[in-house]
Design a protein around this ligand. Structure first.
Ligand SMILES: Nc1ncnc2c1ncn2[C@@H]1O[C@H](COP(=O)(O)OP(=O)(O)OP(=O)(O)O)[C@@H](O)[C@H]1O
Length: 905
């Protein structure tokens, strides 16, 4: 807001209209939202809000009146189209306060002719609190996540972080506790649309970067939202329970985050309570840890360009419902680490592979089944319409259809399918039948329009409707009578909202009516036409109106009764919705396996990583689409030779464009797919559970953090070397290429040694530094592999086949030629290369190997063991709040710290 337009209290010499005074009061209470201020059929925005919205929405900025002597900028959106505008504003990260008239204008008038209609904010619309179908993406969850930190809150005395996330459109509610190391990965797994956190926390630069990286809209709130002392009470009040014992036990950090998310819901929903499931504890330890950069680089849910198309998720998604698609996305975001749980999911996929007819029938039925969970939430929030109620009955109808098909299947049913079927069977089917009876097949969107209750459902309603329709016929008859009596064929009886029913005739032919004003009462003169009414018409009108009004009242009553019944059956409906989503996902993964020839992987607690004829799901699909060559399958084996927790490292050299990156990524993707419960693109796969997946592939500047490409590469490499353990899978693509050759080679060299000797994890390492292949002589678990190419007439032909051994050269110049580099440059490069090769670079590595003692011998303790227990000095420092100290207290604190430090020494 420019200075001149600041919403200050008006100076004495400037009059503010009562309406503007009301606007200013409401806007002052909602400073961080754009205020949609209801005026008639429009939501108007004023001052800076108007400027922002007109720019964002491309609508005209006008002005209305003056404030403190200056024009007030204004723009407006029609109420009936408000959803579209809301969607755009929310997508751009704005928040909107919707302010409605809360009384009838007639009421206001009673208080005096100048009184303003009372208005109030009825809802704050923020990215994480949406429920409307049109504002939501059916295939993604819309998580609102709260993050809080408890200093020294963990068992080891480090900070503990509480996370609580809900999807208001479905009622899902989860909490978890995490630590410094996992926080970024956990946030990336949740993928929140909006993140709330204490404002003080957001002021810390590292925390701001970390939270911004999550891609969520950030909503800082006062610390009081997370108050630990009242957290339990807040939760108990929300769920109307005396104690939380029935929900399980939660840590302090989890409770504080859960309280924060509920406080925010209460604030934005202004008293309405979205029906949330009781909070369920998600243990991060139960999921494969995938840090944000690995997640992004592997393009799991989005490509590096931010698109869904081309991601792994889009490639494997064969679900047919929004809820199924959301469940698939969340499974892919958090693959499991427990072999038994993974097997449960694989069993369900197997079942739908074996029962193809059942599966295809189910998918057909599900295609027409609406999104029950989201419809239920809207109904409970009083935002539902007749179509939402019908959605519930249609989806439950689909459940019954599936159950009856399932009845024909003989043989044992896997757990996951049986559990889903139980949920469907326990759904409120009688209610659903009643809903189907009550509603028309294609009811209108809004209940206020009426006309959604089916004929034959309520006798009184049928009677009133007959009366209303009958009266309409009587009006038609009346029109014919008048026309005949007056000899006026152009006479019409019409209706509008201002006059109600009236007789209209061209002015030139209305003299007969004008001559009888006692009977034809004049209502309005138009250009070329006159409008009249008669006592007969007025009586009929009131009959029609009262029949219509009474009919609508009955319909609304029926709506409320049905909505209440639906809300009461909410838990069973939600469980059935989840059951349908699980079935959709299992059937979809079976469909995928069948169409793409995926096989069931063997997952256990070994350290195996044995892939026979593995393929990259996305590259394979894209090659097929382009109709070019087919994908060449490749094996990988990173497991230990004998049962020991020491993985092998494959060092892959090979020409540019040969397929090294593809091979690295395909193995990581196979692990993710296998552990999320999908079959995998390979002839055979045996994987010992991977608990952490690390990748360092591709390179991009991270200018937001002020890091160059090389710096990003090194930060990610450092994270891997510091954190990878014996269950990790690491893929490293061209480490060190972002700097001078010798620096890069040295870093890559030392990295491999560290992985081999310290991390001892399973790893794939692609490089153009052929010198590194010499390392396999010293490191017994390092194996060289290369991608085969053929040379043909001076050109290079890619075979994409990975075989044991080392590449002799990079064929970089041939690839450059293929890319269209000018012939003169290609020729010149060839000359330079020949010269360089004559200097015999190869021998250097050999000498190095002989001269350099093995890394492990040089650095027997490369990773410092983490200190046990809290550091007393740090704890004392953390306890100090400088803003709270007098100078004297500050000095005392300093003495204490010095003393503590001496003790340590
Ligand atoms: N196994 C395969 N079968 C068929 N085509 C493949 C295979 N692997 C890779 N390709 C094709 O080769 C292209 C290059 O692959 P990739 O990027 O993996 O090569 P690279 O060896 O990592 O190259 P560079 O060293 O230049 O980064 C891919 O885009 C894909 O079209």
């Amino acid at each position: 807001m420019s200075e001149s337009q600041t919403l200050q209290s008006p100076a004495a010499d400037h009059k503010v209209t009562p309406m503007m005074a009301q606007f200013i009061e409401i806007k002052t209470a909602n400073p961080d939202s754009l205020l949609f201020y209801r005026m008639g059929d429009f939501y108007e925005l004023f001052f800076e809000d108007a400027e922002i919205a007109s720019r964002a929405l491309g609508i005209t900025l006008t002005k209305r009146g003056k404030h403190l002597g200056e024009d007030i900028p204004m723009c407006g959106v029609p109420v009936h189209a408000a959803d579209d505008y809301l969607q755009k504003l929310i997508a751009l990260g704005h928040r909107v306060a919707v302010c409605e008239q809360t009384e009838d204008p007639a009421e206001a008038k009673k208080r005096g002719s100048k009184s303003v209609v009372r208005r109030d904010v009825i809802r704050l619309v923020t990215p994480g609190t949406l429920t409307e179908d049109r504002l939501l993406d059916s295939s993604s969850n819309n998580f609102l996540c709260a993050l809080t930190r408890l200093k020294g809150g963990s068992l080891t005395g480090d900070s503990a972080y509480g996370l609580a996330w809900i999807d208001m459109s479905t009622g899902a509610f989860h909490v978890s506790e995490t630590d410094d190391q996992r926080l970024a990965a956990d946030l990336a797994q949740i993928g929140p649309r909006e993140l709330i956190l204490p404002d003080m926390l957001l002021q810390e630069p590292e925390m701001r970067l970390l939270t911004e990286q999550s891609g969520a809209a950030l909503s800082p709130v006062p610390r009081a939202f997370f108050d630990g002392a009242t957290a339990t009470d807040r939760l108990a009040r929300y769920f109307k329970v005396k104690t939380l014992d029935g929900f399980g036990t939660f840590t302090r950090a989890e409770l504080s985050a859960a309280a924060g998310v509920l406080a925010y819901v209460e604030k934005t929903q202004l008293g309405e309570r979205p029906p949330l499931d009781p909070p369920s504890r998600e243990s991060g330890a139960g999921r494969m840890l995938i840090d944000p950069s690995t997640r992004a680089n592997l393009e799991l849910a989005r490509t590096l360009g931010g698109e869904k198309q081309g991601s792994l998720l889009a490639t494997i998604d064969r679900t047919v419902t929004g809820a199924g698609s959301r469940l698939l996305a969340s499974r892919l975001a958090g693959p499991l680490v427990n072999p038994a749980e993974i097997a449960r999911r694989h069993d369900a996929v197997d079942f739908f592979l074996d029962n193809e007819i059942l599966r295809e029938g189910l998918r057909q039925t599900l295609k027409g089944a609406p999104d029950m969970a989201r419809a239920l939430s809207r109904i409970a929030l009083q935002r539902g319409g007749p179509r939402d109620i019908l959605s519930i009955s249609d989806a439950l109808g689909a459940s019954r259809e599936f159950l009856s098909r399932l009845g024909n299947i003989s043989g044992p049913m896997p757990d996951e399918v049986a559990q889903a079927a139980d949920r469907l069977a326990a759904a409120p089917h009688e209610l659903s039948e009643e809903l189907t009876r009550a509603l028309k097949d294609e009811p209108p969107l809004l209940k206020r329009d009426g006309n959604f209750v089916a004929a034959g459902y309520d006798a009184n309603l049928d009677e009133l409707r007959a009366l209303r329709d009958e009266s309409r016929k009587v009006i038609a008859r009346l029109q014919a009578d008048y026309a005949e009596e007056l000899g006026l064929r152009s006479l019409k009886i019409k209706h509008n909202n201002v006059l109600g029913w009236f007789i209209e005739a061209p002015t030139a032919q209305s003299d007969k009516m004008q001559a009888d004003p006692a009977r034809f009462i004049h209502r309005q003169t138009m250009a070329g036409a006159m409008r009249f009414t008669t006592t007969e018409l007025a009586e009929l009108e009131s009959k029609i109106a009262s029949a219509g009004e009474r009919a609508l009242a009955i319909e609304l009553e029926i709506f409320d009764r049905l909505a209440t019944a639906v809300i009461e059956a909410g838990d069973a409906i939600k469980a059935a919705a989840h059951g349908l989503a699980v079935l959709d996902v299992s059937a979809a993964l079976a469909k995928l396996a069948q169409e793409e020839a995926y096989t069931r992987p063997v997952i256990d607690m070994s350290h195996a990583f044995e892939i026979k004829a593995g393929r990259h799901p996305v590259v394979e699909a894209s090659l097929r689409r382009s109709g070019g060559e087919s994908f060449v399958a490749n094996d990988a084996n990173l497991g230990p030779e004998e049962e020991a927790p020491n993985g092998n490292i494959w060092l892959i050299t090979g020409p540019n464009m040969a397929g090294k990156s593809t091979f690295l990524r395909q193995n990581a993707l196979i692990a993710v797919l296998a552990q999320m419960g999908s079959f995998v693109p390979a002839q055979h796969a045996h994987i010992g559970v991977v608990d952490r997946l690390f990748s360092r592939v591709g390179a991009a500047d991270d200018l937001a953090r002020g890091r160059s490409t090389f710096m990003v590469e090194m930060v990610e490499t450092a994270a891997i070397l510091n954190q990878a353990g014996d269950r990790s899978l690491v893929i490293l693509d061209e480490i060190g290429r972002g700097t001078a050759t010798f620096d890069g080679l040295s870093i890559a060299w030392a990295t491999i040694e560290h992985l081999h000797e310290v991390n001892r994890c399973r790893a794939l390492f692609a490089t153009h530094y052929h010198e590194l292949t010499a390392l396999s002589q010293k490191l017994d678990r390092l194996h060289n592999a290369t991608v085969l190419v053929k040379e043909w007439d001076g050109d290079v032909v890619f075979l994409h086949e990975i075989v044991p051994g080392a590449a002799d050269r990079s064929y970089g110049i041939q690839v450059a030629k293929l890319a269209g580099l000018p012939a003169s440059v290609v020729q010149r490069s060839q000359q330079v290369l020949t010269q360089l090769e004559e200097q015999d670079r190869g021998s250097k590595a050999e000498t190095l190997i002989d001269e350099l003692p093995l890394f492990a011998a040089l650095a027997p303790k490369p990773v410092a063991a983490p200190a046990k227990g809290p550091d007393p000095l740090r704890t004392a420092l953390d306890a100090i709040d400088p803003d709270d100290l007098t100078p004297r207290e500050a000095l005392e604190a300093l003495y204490k710290l010095k003393a503590e430090s001496r003790k340590d020494a």
